[in-house]
Ligand binder design. Structure first.
Ligand SMILES: CC(C)(COP(=O)([O-])OP(=O)([O-])OC[C@H]1O[C@@H](n2cnc3c(N)ncnc32)[C@H](O)[C@@H]1OP(=O)([O-])[O-])[C@@H](O)C(=O)NCCC(=O)NCCSC(=O)C[C@@](C)(O)CC(=O)[O-]
Ligand SMILES: NC(=O)C1=CN([C@@H]2O[C@H](COP(=O)(O)OP(=O)(O)OC[C@H]3O[C@@H](n4cnc5c(N)ncnc54)[C@H](O)[C@@H]3O)[C@@H](O)[C@H]2O)C=CC1
Length: 438
């Protein structure tokens, strides 16, 4: 068994690798070589990456791709996408190309309010707590003036603080439920700093509140933290066109296509097993743009899936309709994104990604990202209701399988040609490689 290590965090990078090699790889030089060959030859750049997180021993590459032809609110964009899965970028590009000749995507930010909470316990008279809160509400806001001063100049800051009584859920449990505007920042650090100060002010004011008895003064702060559930930080995006402009083939008329498409979305509205996969497809597009622009994809994922469950069961984040012979496909999703803060101004590729998008503010990035999700979902449903998902997905995945078998350039060329007219399956790729090699 690997021994317990103490002080690992304090070892140099070289010593960390030495330890890993000794206890996990039997000092195999190949393991050390794999870790070190991903280092950047530019020492300054490598140091920057080392310092993004802790105990860094190497870099983990993901492709940095682009999807062109996105027409959004009349402007043309090339989207940066960072994702490991084949066919996602191709699918986004295909959807963008399709819709750019049909008016493009429309997108609109509905609201940008974020939430944070101070969770505390208070064992005493509720009316007294409510009265106490009304007397300190302004003091709470004033106590964070040093933190909010610059944010207010940008039009942000604390919007409101409410006292919420949750004691029917958990004995003596209350919250300061606070709302914020954070301008172009995602806002986690800003909100958390404000909340921790609210908690301190709450405690100190309780100590000097003469109406409280000694027990009531013993408010206990459980925790102060922003919420990644942001149902008031919402963006909406849509595409629409006459039904007659939708794809049509000898097997499927445009009208039949539209009805089948709507049925596929309806299934994701009522059937959670389908909804989760449907929304996973949406997140293929969203996460790729979120990662490329240096945003927190865990926060985005958690918030999106919570929103998908807001009506009591997990459902589709997109909707589709036909009205007056016009097909409309839309998405509504919470996206607490930032174009400042976090890694946005630190990671050279993130900076480049934001420049590629024309240096958007947070609202514009919300619109672009929602569109990436909608486009991805359109491409996936288009495949699902026509050819099936495997045809296109496996066409894109072919190169990965060929690389797994270390196919030569000539083998690749021959097999790409062969699979132009044959469906790609893992087993047939193996058979065809063996055929070429024997
Ligand atoms: C894969 C395609 C796009 C092929 O589609 P196709 O019609 O065979 O592509 P094409 O070769 O005719 O090219 C048409 C356009 O597609 C794009 N395109 C095409 N190939 C490339 C490429 N190599 N690199 C970059 N872009 C590409 C590109 O825009 C191109 O235009 P062009 O550049 O030639 O003017 C299509 O089959 C498709 O959209 N499939 C859906 C794929 C998908 O959704 N993948 C996600 C992974 S599966 C999953 O995770 C989620 C899912 C699907 O389960 C969700 C759900 O169930 O809802
Ligand atoms: N639960 C969660 O989601 C948590 C996330 N985080 C992390 O926090 C980071 C995001 O926090 P932030 O406070 O956004 O980042 P941050 O603290 O790095 O930077 C944001 C700061 O930039 C400044 N700023 C400059 N120009 C601005 C403008 N135009 N608009 C707004 N602010 C401007 C403000 O001082 C603002 O507070 C992410 O890295 C995230 O992963 C941290 C804790 C918890």
């Amino acid at each position: 068994m690997t021994p317990v290590v103490s002080g690992f965090s304090k070892l140099s990078k070289a010593d960390k690798i030495k330890w890993i090699a000794e206890y996990h790889f039997n000092n195999d030089v190949n393991a050390i070589d794999t870790l070190t060959k991903y280092w950047n030859s530019n020492e300054k750049l490598q140091k920057l990456h080392d310092e993004f997180t802790e105990n860094t021993i190497s870099n983990y590459y993901l492709p940095f791709s682009v999807a062109p032809n996105f027409l959004i609110n009349g402007e043309r964009y090339t989207l940066p996408m960072t994702i490991e899965e084949s066919s996602v970028v191709a699918a986004a590009s295909k959807a963008a190309k399709f819709w750019q000749t049909r008016g493009g995507f429309r997108a609109e930010v509905i609201s940008t309010t974020k939430v944070g909470q101070v969770h505390f316990t208070y064992a005493g008279n509720v009316e007294k707590l409510e009265h106490f809160f009304s007397t300190i509400n302004k003091k709470l806001i004033n106590s964070v003036a040093h933190i909010t001063k610059n944010m207010e100049k940008r039009g942000g800051g604390v919007k409101k603080i409410e006292l919420r009584n949750k004691s029917t859920d958990i004995d003596n449990y209350y919250q300061l439920h606070c709302t914020f505007e954070t301008a172009d920042a995602m806002g986690a650090n800003f909100i958390n700093s404000c909340l921790e100060q609210f908690a301190k002010t709450l405690l100190s004011e309780a100590q000097s509140y003469s109406e409280f008895n000694d027990d009531e003064k013993e408010i206990e702060i459980i925790m102060s933290i922003l919420s990644n559930y942001v149902p008031q930080c919402i963006v909406r995006a849509s595409v629409s066109c006459p039904v007659s402009e939708l794809p049509n083939t000898s097997k499927l008329s445009s009208l039949h296509y539209a009805k089948k498409f709507i049925r596929a979305v309806r299934i994701a509205e009522v059937e959670p097993y389908r909804a989760v996969t449907h929304n996973k497809g949406i997140m293929n597009g969203i996460d790729a743009v979120v990662l490329a622009t240096g945003n927190d994809f865990r926060a985005i994922e958690a918030g999106a899936h919570a929103y998908a469950s807001r009506k009591g069961s997990y459902a589709s984040l997109t909707a589709a309709t036909i009205k007056d012979d016009v097909f409309t496909f839309s998405i509504e999703i919470p996206l607490a994104l930032g174009t400042v803060g976090g890694l946005t101004n630190l990671h050279p590729l993130v900076k480049l990604a934001l420049q590629l998008l024309g240096s958007p503010n947070a609202k514009k990035l919300m619109e672009i990202t929602a569109v990436a999700g909608l486009a991805q979902n359109f491409a996936a449903i288009n495949s699902l209701i026509t050819t099936g998902i495997q045809q296109g997905h496996m066409k894109m995945h072919l190169m990965n399988i060929l690389n797994q078998f270390e196919a030569t350039k000539s083998e690749k060329e021959q097999l790409i040609e062969y699979f132009k007219t044959n469906t790609v399956t893992h087993s047939d790729v193996v058979t065809q490689i063996e055929r070429l090699r024997n």
